[in-house]
Design a protein around this ligand. Structure first.
Ligand code: FES
Ligand code: CO
Length: 321
């Protein structure tokens, strides 16, 4: 059920610290994947021994290889079987004894996989790389919604005043200043700064924050949230793993250039997240409609319109209708 377009993206699957010296199972785009550590780095194989269909992630790691728990076949990080214990020494390992190997890397405290054939540039989120910013991970959280429904939620500026009334917005001030979304050379979508009054922004009291959104690809978004009076920035990255068409693992990374109380921030973010979860787990249709006639749109929806057009242009089928 793999989506060829999304397979070309780097997709976060777990935290780096979750992968010890034992293999770990992950699910991405309806595929089962076995992760393991070799001396040259993290490896990802299709989680299916070619001998009898056993999940390799139930096995063990030995000599940079993943060893199947059923009959001990050993697979290298490139997916080739390098040892079959039942074969006499004078018999060659069959060429068909191999499993697909996927792209895999560690960055920002997460393990990312790529199921496609062309390896795109590794994920890069600018303020997470800057020294004067401190960052934390929120999640991962598993949400019962299609991945594009979740990304669209995080791009939605008009919901602050209602879903997050008293936190990120104020229902007596629902108007959103008009803004534009433009495409940058690399296909990245970028919004203007959008001024939003926030009665309880980050638990620091009421202030106007300016949001600048970016959509770097179908499974991620970023926002720079700027307080123009102080220069304080909170940088928000949402990257999602579509487990299957209607289940999504959400990773949110936050960075700030000021002395943020991250414990307090995390608790605040937990409230916001649960407010959003209730919405996205109850939307119909579950898949994000890419036909722009299918739902109604207003000016504040420009980001979601641009996102839907991007998905349609790329031909994303997973989690879309
Ligand atoms: Fe994996 Fe037999 S099923 S070695
Ligand atoms: Co929200």
């Amino acid at each position: 059920m793999k989506d060829d377009v999304l397979a070309q993206s780097w997709i976060p699957v777990c935290e780096t610290k979750e992968l010890s010296d034992k293999p770990l199972k992950a699910e991405v785009l309806g595929e089962r994947i076995a992760l393991f550590r070799a001396s040259s780095g993290v490896k990802a194989l299709k989680d299916l021994c070619v001998h009898r269909g056993v999940a390799l992630s139930l096995g063990a790691v030995k000599n940079d290889c993943l060893v199947c728990p059923y009959h001990g076949w050993e697979y290298g990080g490139d997916g080739r079987c390098v040892h079959i214990p039942q074969l006499p020494d004078n018999q060659a390992i069959p060429l068909k004894a191999r499993v697909p190997a996927y792209g895999c890397l560690e960055k920002y405290g997460l393990i990312w996989v790529n199921l496609g054939n062309n390896r795109p540039p590794e994920p890069a989120f600018r303020y997470l790389d800057e020294e004067n910013f401190q960052s934390i991970l929120f999640g991962p959280e598993t949400v019962r919604c299609a991945a594009p429904r979740f990304i669209e939620n995080v791009l939605d500026v008009a919901h602050f005043a209602f879903t997050h009334d008293g936190y990120l917005g104020d229902s007596s001030r629902p108007l959103i200043p008009d803004y534009r979304v433009r495409e940058e050379g690399s296909g990245v979508l970028v919004s203007d700064d959008i001024a939003c009054y926030q009665p309880n922004a980050d638990a620091r009291g009421g202030l106007v924050n300016h949001y600048r959104y970016e959509i770097p690809g179908p499974l991620a978004m970023t926002a720079v949230k700027l307080d123009k009076e102080t220069g304080d920035i909170v940088y928000i990255v949402t990257a999602v793993c579509p487990i299957d068409e209607r289940t999504t693992k959400v990773f949110m990374l936050f960075a700030a250039n000021f002395g943020m109380d991250w414990g307090e921030f995390y608790d605040y973010q937990r409230i916001l997240f649960e407010q959003d979860r209730l919405i996205v787990e109850n939307q119909k249709p579950e898949e994000l409609p890419l036909d722009l006639q299918a739902e109604l749109h207003l000016n504040p929806d420009r980001l979601s319109i641009a996102y839907r057009k991007m998905l349609r242009g790329l031909g994303v089928s997973f989690g879309t209708a």
